[in-house]
Design a protein around this ligand. Structure first.
Ligand SMILES: [Mg+2]
Length: 323
């Protein structure tokens, strides 16, 4: 299976494993840890139902599968999610982040007032408080569009897409590190080497961007930590983009298969579906689609359509150099 389809399955299955226990605390989960697929719980959804993370990622995937990077089209699909349940399991939304919801209302206003030319400058008004994980959780499909481009050309599209809801540089740095990590996994690096390469590329960008030191400090753990040695008590699966990516990487570096990576992420508590979703794409790339437990994959809502979407997106951006 191609890496795009593999990762879309990996992220949405992981999301669905986290959904029934979203917002549970770690101590609650420690008493009753998730060990297999469940249903109902927090949102009373059947097993295999994925949340906003996957729906919004699928919306981006559909947009890019049209063959172009088009902020107007990407925005329409975000709006469609909020108002029409686009790419949800059952045409109904049961979860949406606060920043994302507010940002989608703003996008709607831009359309109503014929101001869609402003979509490409949204990052200029980004606030530090807009650093939830809402862009990171849906960013994976952009990898298909970027994978054959030189690394210097990655930041601008990442920033423009992220800024539709989350325009702060911190969210962009997390998305960039994450997508480069995925890229190096696809090009057959071991996970340690993949992260090392991605970190170096992020540092190169940060040096060139001349960011204030305080901003660099917020990324210090992402840039330096040996996640295999970081204690579980040191990570949080919160909705803050930096902690979210730290938690996903911790989950990956403290497991040697897809299942344990996802369960690591979910059992951290809090934003369980999103931590798992972020960890789920690279984990599926690392261990292959066959590593996803069969009963998890079987239960996944809209599985065949997700496979078709991944295949279409993969075919839209062919890569002779990438397996
Ligand atoms: Mg969610």
């Amino acid at each position: 299976m191609n890496p795009i389809t593999t990762a879309l399955l990996g992220l949405s299955v992981a999301d669905a494993i986290g959904v029934p226990v979203e917002f549970q605390t770690r101590s609650e989960l420690d008493k009753n840890p998730v060990t297999d697929i469940r249903g109902y719980g927090t949102y009373y959804q059947p097993p295999g139902y994925f949340s906003d993370d996957s729906s919004l990622a699928f919306g981006l995937a559909e947009s890019l599968a049209t063959g172009s990077f088009d902020l107007v089209d990407q925005s329409k699909r975000l709006i469609n999610y909020k108002h029409h349940g686009y790419w949800t399991p059952n045409d109904e939304i049961f979860d949406i982040g606060m920043t994302t919801s507010r940002a989608i209302d703003h996008l709607g206003n831009l359309f109503r007032n014929n101001k869609t030319s402003e979509l490409s400058t949204l990052h200029q008004s980004a606030k530090e408080s807009d650093n939830g994980n809402g862009a990171l959780m849906r960013i994976f499909p952009l990898y298909a569009y970027l994978r054959d481009k030189p690394v210097a050309e990655w930041i601008a599209p990442i920033w423009q897409h992220s800024a539709l809801t989350h325009g702060h540089i911190r969210s962009v740095c997390c998305c960039f590190l994450y997508l480069r990590f995925c890229h190096h996994i696809v090009t057959a690096e071991k996970k340690e080497k993949a992260l090392e390469l991605a970190r170096r590329e992020l540092l190169d960008f940060l040096m060139a961007a001349n960011l204030p030191l305080e901003e660099l400090d917020t990324l210090a753990t992402l840039i330096k930590a040996d996640f295999a040695r970081v204690a579980r008590t040191q990570v949080r699966g919160s909705g803050y983009v930096v902690q979210s990516l730290e938690a996903a990487l911790w989950s990956i570096f403290n497991a040697d298969n897809y299942r344990d990576t996802v369960l690591n992420a979910v059992n951290l508590g809090e934003d369980t579906d999103t931590t798992a979703c972020i960890a789920g794409a690279p984990a599926a790339l690392l261990y292959g689609v066959e590593s996803i437990p069969a009963n998890w994959l079987e239960a996944l809502a809209r599985r065949e359509e997700i496979i078709d979407l991944g295949d279409r997106l993969n075919a839209t951006y062919p890569t002779p150099n990438v397996r």
